[in-house]
Design a binder for this molecule. Sequence first.
Ligand code: FES
Ligand code: FES
Length: 201
Amino acid sequence: MPGGFGGASAVGRRRFLVMSTAAVGLPLPASRSAPGSSAVLTPAGTGTTSTVALTVNGKPRSAVVDNRTSLLDLLREHLGLPGTKKGCDQGACGACTVLVDERRVNSCLTFAVMHDGAHVTTIEGLAYGDRLHPLQQAFIDHDGLQCGYCTPGQIVSGVACIAEGHARSREEIREWMSGNLCRCGAYTNIVTAIEQTAKGG
Ligand code: FES
Ligand code: FES
């Protein structure tokens, strides 16, 4: 795997991970959650499941989930939003980054039940109808993707990076994007896309 955003340090990446997650312990991956995670098999109120209601990309959504279900699996498996990617499922790659109440979160590392009532934005919620978000367009314009697997997480994280005011220089972008890894090594063009978007074009 490429070394990351060049000057970004492992310390920086760890700092991002700490800031972006609040879970104690790891959520149960979907592959290990069956059959307990099924809303059909375990109705709400049994003590092992909960109804989680949130606003996702501006729309109210809810699901009955095993209490150990990650926010990532809620989005992908229960709500049918596969744009958010599962890379490592261990908080190390950033592929699963979403915004929770405007803050970036590694959704694989946090339990869905912890976010009842929250506003979540995924890659599916960034465009304005048929018009791409400026950062989505910039990724296309500047070849910020190769295989594209890390791209949803990179773009969601990049949107937050700009909103946080952490895109004032290429060095700063590299530091504050260091929690998002790209196995294809598209970092230089990703930084350019974020830099150009932060400057307004
Ligand atoms: S899939 Fe969540 S950080 Fe890698
Ligand atoms: S992992 Fe392939 S474009 Fe980033």
